[in-house]
Write a protein that binds this ligand. Structure first.
Ligand code: CAA
Length: 699
């Protein structure tokens, strides 16, 4: 039974029970509506309690239903349930224990009272899937808590806890443990006091008069422009709440305005793309297979540079004590002070709770001695990319750590098997590739080597989840998923430059596409000198250097290292991150293009730039599927969304290609192949999927 109904004296208990999260799909909606209507008609029921039999109170609408071609019939919709609650003449109390999200919160708002446990959490996360609260949320919330808070909740999608809900008036009563008993006692107390029904819809509540909140709406729009560039549903959310104000004495009119905009969001490809990301993230996290993960109680990180420090922070944030090893005291001190600064900033910005910086620092033990690592059951090596050095470190870790310990490398492209073979425990070695800044970026590629055992892989997945990361499985192959794809993207961006398109045009086109920054801004941010020094150190012969590398060399020889010294591909005014084109660099590109034999032409337009830079991601992604390096196109999408800033509202490169139509994408790739040669050879997997007229997922 998805809904259980029982009576305690005059109190009717209606308990939702639709695992895993009480999503409001048809199988929960129908019996719920019946139970509410029956209780409304039944004279023996004096008050109604709406409860959940699960850990989650209600996760909102069933997102899977949104992919269906037909919307639910109005008589069986969530709006119909909210209507039934709204018109019930008896007090209805939502007894919220766990999360009430989206449509779940709307359900609670259609009740007269909200009694909560300390575990209650309220949020409108629909903005994260390209939607807006579509069952009265944009109309009832500002009436109950005011326009400013309603805008914040609907736009940031973040949860409000029980204490905050009580403080802002979203919840009425905190219930003690023994929730059902406490809720029944609350209902009886209300009945005894003759507590009235109290419909949020019955009046304007905290809604301002039209015009009074203009500044608040302006502020919301400025926030959208800053933080939600390219996304459509945030503006519609603001409009819905504006409509609540405009129709303040006519709840139904505001509701109709909300409905119209909700349906337009549902039809918008952005919501399809964002829902795809929601499910793809969860599917990726299941990539470990069925093996049991081992316990990780103590960790070690080798290297306390940018990556090592960030990884150590992740262990500490997850509450796992971690020993960090460096070669010398000075490097260790430098690394720790960066970690401390990062923790303090995180605490200030609210990313970690008050006192969290101190608590986390206390979990980090610095050392220069491998002997101090004994007792760690999981080690991550995060030194610079040099296979011989990494092999030596793995051999030392193998000697220093207990025989059960798992050893991981944070390499971004090197061969995990070679590192495994430098140890006596190759089955307990794998890759865990974090992305910079490692304490912020959510992606972790989990690299299964030839020898890695199933429980080693499962342990890395479980560890990543404890760190609140998104783990994605990859086979051991140069550059794994993300960096292999990135190299095609960067190569093409440089080709455009040498053919005559200025860097600012390439960057602008890709920013307009939705990336946080273009490829040349990114290189300037990372620093041109890193690659240059590595090439020089390795003595890479000139003829083996790619055209983009040659430009990097020339810029570095002129002391143009990037943002760090205010001069790279662009110039930067002191203290500014705004790129300013430099005519000298344009001249340098032209000279080099001539030397390398490029035929210069007019600058490419935005459409060509986007295709030239995005389709290598799709083509290489297809090859990765074909080779078994990635298991699913949706995994590739997750890598690009969470690791490389690909706009989530476009769903990731593979979803984007499917939405464009794979046959059209293939035709363009064939056109580029005719113009530019072998690097554009279409991947077989793409050819097959396009010919079959289906997406990658069904291959
Ligand atoms: N619809 C369908 N399935 C859902 C779902 C939803 N709203 N919410 C979660 N699920 C599924 C997940 O896909 C997952 O399925 P699998 O086990 O098959 O992967 C399962 O429920 C458990 O979810 P999580 O792994 O995420 O479990 P969790 O305990 O970590 O988190 C949660 C639970 C906090 C509810 C989280 O799943 C979540 O935030 N869900 C999304 C909630 C949401 O966006 N609600 C708004 C829906 S839109 C809406 O309601 C519009 C409206 O106004 C009408």
């Amino acid at each position: 039974m998805t809904v259980n109904v029982s009576d305690r004296g005059p109190v009717r208990l209606i308990e939702m029970n639709s695992p895993p999260v009480n999503a409001l799909g048809a199988k929960l909606r129908m019996p719920l509506l019946d139970a509410i209507r029956a209780a409304s008609r039944d004279d023996s029921a004096g008050a109604l309690l709406l409860l959940s039999g699960l850990k989650t109170w209600c996760a909102g609408a069933d997102i899977k239903e949104f992919g269906l071609s037909e919307l639910p019939a109005p008589e069986a919709s969530l709006n119909a349930i909210c209507d039934a609650l709204d018109t019930c003449s008896k007090p209805v109390i939502a007894v919220v224990d766990g999360v009430a999200y989206g449509g779940g919160l709307e359900l609670a708002l259609a009740c007269d009272y909200r009694a909560v446990s300390a575990r209650a959490r309220f949020a409108f996360p629909e903005v994260n899937i390209g939607l807006l609260p579509g069952a009265g949320g944009t109309q009832r919330t500002p009436r109950l808590v005011g326009v400013e808070r309603a805008l914040r909740m609907c736009l940031d999608g973040k949860p409000v806890n029980a204490g905050q809900a009580l403080e802002m008036g979203l919840a009425d009563r905190l219930l003690e443990d023994g929730l059902t008993e406490a809720a029944c006692a609350f209902a009886e107390e209300m009945l005894a006091a003759g507590a009235p029904v109290r419909k949020i819809s019955s009046g304007p509540g905290k809604l301002p008069r039209p015009g009074e909140a203009a500044e608040v709406f302006d502020g919301a729009r400025q926030l959208i422009a800053r933080r939600m560039r390219g996304r459509d549903s945030p503006e519609l959310i603001v409009q819905c709440i504006e409509q609540a104000v405009a129709c303040r004495d006519d709840f139904r009119a505001g509701l109709a305005e909300e409905r119209r905009r909700f349906v337009s969001c549902l039809k918008n490809p952005q919501s399809k793309a964002l829902s795809h990301v929601f499910f793809a993230e969860r599917a990726a996290a299941r990539g470990a297979g069925g093996a049991a993960a081992r316990a990780v109680e103590r960790a070690a990180v080798i290297g306390c540079g940018t990556m090592g420090g960030g990884i150590a922070m992740n262990f500490a944030i997850a509450g796992i004590p971690v020993t960090v090893l460096e070669t010398g005291e000075e490097a260790l001190e430098r690394g720790l002070s960066v970690i401390r600064g990062n923790f303090e900033r995180s605490e200030k910005s609210g990313r970690i709770p008050p006192g969290g910086a101190e608590r986390s620092m206390a979990l980090i033990t610095p050392t220069t001695d491998y002997g101090a690592l004994d007792g760690a059951d999981f080690a991550v090596e995060a030194v610079y990319e040099n296979l011989d050095l990494k092999k030596r470190i793995f051999t030392r870790l193998d000697r220093a750590l207990g025989s059960d310990a798992i050893l991981a490398s944070n390499t971004s492209y090197l061969d995990i098997d070679r590192m495994a073979e430098a140890t006596g425990r190759p089955g307990q070695v794998l890759g865990m590739h974090f992305f910079s800044p490692a304490n912020i970026m959510r992606l972790v590629e989990v690299i299964e080597g030839r020898h890695s055992s199933a429980d080693t892989v499962a342990t890395a997945f479980s560890l990543a989840s404890r760190m609140k990361k998104v783990p994605v499985w990859s086979a051991n192959s140069n550059g794994f998923i993300g960096n292999r794809m990135l190299s095609g993207y960067m190569f093409e961006a440089f080709e455009l430059l040498f053919e005559g398109t200025p860097p600012e045009s390439v960057d602008a086109a890709l920013r307009d596409f939705g990336l946080p920054m273009g490829p040349f801004q990114m290189i300037d941010l990372v620093g041109l000198d890193l690659g240059w020094r590595a090439r020089e150190l390795a003595g890479k012969p000139l003829e083996e250097r790619k055209p983009g590398e040659r430009l990097g060399d020339a810029l570095c020889e002129r002391e143009r290292f990037g943002q760090k010294n205010g001069r790279g591909i662009y110039n930067y005014s002191p203290g500014s991150r705004v790129p300013e084109p430099d005519p000298g660099v344009a001249g340098l590109i032209e000279e080099l293009a001539e030397e390398l034999g490029y035929k210069r032409g007019p600058p490419a337009g935005a459409e060509e730039i986007v295709k030239r830079c995005m389709y290598p991601l799709v083509n290489v992604g297809s090859a990765l599927l074909e080779e078994g390096v990635a298991r699913a196109a949706s995994d590739i999408d997750i890598v690009y969304v969470y690791g490389y800033g690909f706009p989530a509202w476009r769903g990731g490169p593979m979803h984007y290609a499917e939405q464009q139509g794979l046959d059209g994408v293939l035709e363009d790739i064939r056109g580029f192949h005719d113009r530019f040669g072998a690097r554009w050879t279409p991947a077989q997997r793409l050819v097959e999927a396009a010919a079959a007229g289906r997406g990658f997922g069904e291959g």
